[in-house]
Design a protein around this ligand. Structure first.
Ligand SMILES: [Zn+2]
Length: 147
C-alpha cells in the first residue's frame, strides 16, 4: 500500500471495517511519514489459494465459505453477524499461516471448531457435508464427540 500523498509504503491501520456486500476490507490507514490518512479497499481472496483434496487449486472465496456456513446454520439461532465474525476469525488464522496456499481441510476444521462452540446442530450439519461420511459409524462418533 502506497501513500497517495507521498508514496511512502509504511502505514499503520487506524480503522478496519468489513464490507458485507462484496467481501472487501476497508482500512483507514495513516502514513508513517507524512501522517496523512487514506482509505484502502483490500480483498483477501487474491492472496490465498486453496488446495483441494484432489490437489486442484482455487482462489479463496469468502462468499463460498459463507454460503456453506449459512446452509449449516439455517433456522438456527445464529445471526449474520456471528457468521461474519466467525469468517473473520478463520481468515485471521489463514493469514497467520506460513504459506498462502491453504489446504481446504484446514478451513473445514476451523469452521467445525467454531461451529462446535456456537451451535451443535449447525456443527453436525456442517460436519456431515464436509466429512462426506461413508461409514455411518464415523457419523455417530462425530455426533457423540459433540456431547
Ligand atoms: Zn504519506
Amino acid at each position: 500500500m502506497k501513500c497517495p500523498y507521498c508514496s511512502n509504503v509504511e502505514s499503520k491501520v487506524v480503522d478496519k471495517r468489513n464490507n458485507d456486500t462484496d467481501s472487501t476490507i476497508r482500512r483507514r490507514r495513516e502514513c508513517l511519514k507524512c501522517e496523512k490518512r487514506y482509505t484502502t479497499y483490500e480483498r483477501i481472496e487474491t492472496d490465498l489459494m486453496i488446495i483441494k483434496k484432489d490437489e486442484r487449486r482455487e482462489p479463496y472465496n469468502r462468499e463460498k465459505l459463507k454460503i456453506g456456513i449459512q446452509k449449516s446454520c439455517e433456522k438456527r439461532p445464529i445471526n449474520q453477524e456471528q457468521i461474519e465474525k466467525m469468517i473473520d476469525d478463520i481468515e485471521n488464522v489463514l493469514r497467520e499461516q506460513s504459506t498462502a496456499e491453504i489446504k481446504s481441510n484446514l478451513i473445514g476444521q476451523l469452521v467445525m471448531k467454531y461451529l462446535k462452540k456456537l451451535d451443535k446442530v449447525a456443527f453436525v450439519r456442517f460436519a456431515s457435508v464436509y466429512k462426506e461420511f461413508d461409514d455411518p459409524e464415523d457419523f455417530i462418533k462425530t455426533i457423540r464427540d459433540v456431547k
